[in-house]
Write a protein that binds this ligand. Sequence first.
Ligand SMILES: NC(=O)c1ccc[n+]([C@@H]2O[C@H](COP(=O)([O-])OP(=O)(O)OC[C@H]3O[C@@H](n4cnc5c(N)ncnc54)[C@H](OP(=O)(O)O)[C@@H]3O)[C@@H](O)[C@H]2O)c1
Length: 293
Amino acid sequence: MKQFLVQTQMGFMATRGLPLRLMRRSSFSSSSAAKWEGGVSMVQGASRGIGLEFVKQLLEKDEKGHVVATCRNPSGAAGLRDLKDKFAERLSILPLDVTVERTIEESAKSIREQYGSLNLLINASGILSIPDVLQPETTLSKVQKSSLLFAYEVNAVGPILVIKHMWPLLKTGGGSGTERDVAVVANLSARVGSIGDNRLGGWHSYRASKTALNQLTKSISVEFARKKDPIVCILLHPGTVDTDLSMPFQRNVPKDKLFTKEFSAQKLLQIINGVKSCDNGKFFAWDGQEIPW
Ligand SMILES: NC(=O)c1ccc[n+]([C@@H]2O[C@H](COP(=O)([O-])OP(=O)(O)OC[C@H]3O[C@@H](n4cnc5c(N)ncnc54)[C@H](OP(=O)(O)O)[C@@H]3O)[C@@H](O)[C@H]2O)c1
């Protein structure tokens, strides 16, 4: 943590005043990406659940890959600390809260100083329910302005700000030794964010926030394509996965429809590793099927 702060301050001194697009060309040559054989991946929202499992599998499956795991409270993230003990050289842990833009900027500076580039960004953070703060609404009469705005802030605004600040770092390469010819941004969405697929209604705040995440990600994918920036943005539905997020709602889920974190992350990494330029802006389920908007 101490080291991170020092690095951050140094990075600020080094890059202050340069416009983003200029920094893209001047500071991050392709040689910085080549330096990290196996590539550099970032998992945002990595303290637990599917995000933590992504970090674990990225480290285990690619013995040369480096991973930057971010979370709100690194000192409380026991799972990440265990991984750090095992993969000390290849795992960096940085503090990042998607609702505090300064922490996103500081993470970007720290990654720039340490690695110079990123080949993969996974936004895995998300909220569905928080006791006494946020409950998925079963009826319109329970909808509150504060819940709608809170879900939107964490589930839609946050991941987009993360992409904005990591954009200058995103370079081709990496990908479990496959040397992808595009950088990949994968945002964890949810099937319930699909308007076309909405047959049950309810969960207004969560649904709408994921729909917004989908639209924002699609717009970013169009901009990257227009600018011929070799970055592919995809949206992923992990299935119903046995994590803290789904725990209160698992009662009616058939056993064979409730996935383990291991299974879901493995399927999603298969999609990420096989991604092609023509996948830019698409919304995939865990099994590779496209989901209607
Ligand atoms: N599980 C499912 O069945 C399911 C289904 C569809 C979609 N998804 C999506 O998949 C993603 C991962 O879900 P999960 O099941 O792994 O959930 P989870 O176990 O509840 O983990 C959620 C993660 O989000 C982080 N987070 C929450 N607020 C944050 C903030 N302000 N800034 C940074 N990080 C924050 C949490 O960090 P803290 O530890 O600091 O709280 C935690 O690491 C989410 O986007 C979710 O919507 C999950």
